[in-house]
Design a protein around this ligand. Structure first.
Ligand code: KIV
Ligand code: ZN
Length: 514
């Protein structure tokens, strides 16, 4: 299998996304993650473009060892000087210099002839080469340039010392077959040796950036320029995660590999979202919220039987926890049954049909049916759980200089019982008091709190899951006071535990009697 070099431009082209600017510290943090995930070349910025860009390239050069650190420079001596200055402490440094080559750019933007541009490109590469060994040259807007001229300019910069020839689809104009032909043409007509690597850099204006990149790799390019989450100018760049996972998932077709540790993709994507403030669309391949979520009944049934029925890679292979079965109006019985089992309900077929009917009624009204809705359906439909303990009263004393102390009074069969406890915080204190009164000791596995209405007097809902005797139970409580919601959630879970024990005892006794 042949190696594909991953050149990440999240910090340069990615940062050119409108509104994506990151601080120097954030860029350094991302550069460290890029190094850890196994990126070969990190394009750290465009040093001449601003003092902050310069500083980011400088810091990354000093602090990130392992990958090649690249800086961007127009084909101008002052850009190359700034680039070199910023990169000079890098362990491995690359100057990436570029100039436009399409007729449209020459005529309207550069106002230069083809000969002038070729000469400027050669001078820039020679100058960069006098400073560093590793020089990359990009013919901006290559895909709208004359192929013969492209061949001439690339041939001239190889002579001048460039070792990476980047072929950018600057405006996302090409299509996979045409781009592959361009790569084949250049491979055929240039005097490439094993030191020269062909690279591609695709923009996503027609949604083809990943497809064009892959097509070019198949045709012989060996460096892919990509950005995390596909961020970049306008519609963005070829997405890091898509290109890497396509090569890995379809190695049978590409016969190539990258050195990327794909299990780190999702955390990296999340960090880029946090730092840039640019969210990922839910249906985005690999890293979108729904990339491993199944709603249709047929799909859920398939995934439960074997995940590969509807998943071509595992969520774990890209650093995500697990596939999600989203319960909604398209879900089938199998998905609902599995989710109810995961929630700790063991329901007979007869009761299940009643629950499924109710579930469909709710699913028709709501886009998504959440776990708490399911709990309410089960308990409402089956009247499974008479309340054993109810809350009469609670009070908590807390603050930053007192030990949180709670007093709780509960009612059971018309009798009240009260106890008090201290804890690490107010919730811990009330939970300990409740455990003392009920005699039910639990292990809190998860606790989450949400505002379910708006404003300062919003209702808070608390969802918990607890473990008792190796079984998982859930509890749910709603109140305007978050401690009260927490108390109600624990009572809900404890009542469920007691109810379950009662049912089990009854079943055991029946077994003995028969
Ligand atoms: O899109 C482009 O052409 C670029 C070059 C500077 C490589 O970003
Ligand atoms: Zn670009």
């Amino acid at each position: 299998m042949e190696r594909v070099y991953i050149f990440d431009t999240t910090l340069r082209d990615g940062e050119q996304s409108p509104g994506a600017s990151m601080s120097v510290e954030q860029k350094l943090e991302i550069a460290k993650l890029l190094k850890n995930i196994g990126v070969d070349i990190i394009e750290a910025g465009f040093p001449i473009s601003s003092p902050k860009q310069f500083e980011a390239v400088q810091q990354i050069s000093e602090k990130v060892r392992g990958p090649v650190i690249a800086g961007l420079a127009r084909a101008l001596q002052k850009d190359i000087d700034a680039c070199y200055e910023a990169l000079k402490n890098a362990e491995k440094k690359r100057i990436h210099t570029f100039i436009a080559t399409s007729d449209i750019h020459l005529k309207y933007k550069l106002k230069k002839s083809k000969e002038e541009v070729l000469k400027q490109a050669v001078e820039a590469v020679k100058y960069a080469k006098s400073l560093v060994d590793d020089v990359e040259f990009s013919a901006e807007d290559a895909t709208r340039s004359d192929w013969g001229y492209l061949k001439d300019i690339y041939e001239a910069v190889i002579e001048a010392g460039a070792t990476t020839l980047n072929i950018p689809d600057t405006v996302g104009y090409t299509v996979p077959e045409e781009f592959a032909k361009l790569i084949e043409y250049l491979k055929q007509h240039l005097s490439l040796n094993d030191k020269v690597v062909l690279s591609v850099h695709c923009h996503n204006d027609l949604g083809l950036a990943t497809a064009n990149t892959l097509s070019a790799l198949k045709a012989g390019a060996r460096q892919a320029e990509v950005s995390v989450n596909g961020i970049g100018e306008r519609a963005g760049n070829a997405s890091f995660e898509e290109v890497v996972m396509a090569i890995k998932t379809r190695k049978d077709y590409f016969d190539m590999y990258t050195n990327i540790k794909t299990e780190e993709i999702y955390p990296l994507s999340k960090t880029v979202v946090t730092f840039t403030g640019i969210p990922v669309q839910p249906n985005k391949a690999i890293v979108g919220e729904n990339a491993f979520a199944h709603e249709a009944g047929i799909h859920q049934d398939g995934v439960i039987k074997h995940n590969m029925t509807y998943e071509i890679m595992t969520p774990q292979s890209v650093g995500r926890q697990k596939s999600m079965l989203v319960l909604g109006r398209h879900s089938g019985k199998h998905g609902l049954k599995v989710r109810l089992q995961e929630l700790g309900y063991d329901i007979s077929d007869k009761d299940f049909n009643k629950i499924y009917k109710k579930f469909l009624e709710i699913a028709d009204k709501k886009k998504q049916v959440f776990d708490d809705d399911l709990i309410a359906i089960v308990e409402g439909e089956m009247n499974v759980m008479p309340e054993v303990y109810t809350l009469e009263y609670f009070s908590v004393v807390t603050g930053n200089s007192v030990i949180p102390t709670a007093t709780v009074k509960l009612k059971k069969n018309n009798k009240t019982c009260q106890d008090a406890s201290t804890g690490d915080g107010p919730v811990d204190a009330v939970y300990k008091a409740i455990e003392k009164i009920t005699g039910v000791e639990i292990r809190l596995i998860s606790y989450s709190i949400n505002a379910i209405t708006q404003g300062k007097d919003a209702l808070g809902s608390v969802s918990i899951s607890v473990e008792k005797d190796n079984r998982l139970y859930r509890g749910y409580g709603v109140a305007t006071d978050v401690i009260e919601a927490s108390v109600l959630a624990l009572l809900n879970a404890i009542n469920r535990i007691l109810h379950n024990n009662k049912v089990e005892n009854l079943n055991n006794n029946k077994g003995v009697a028969s």
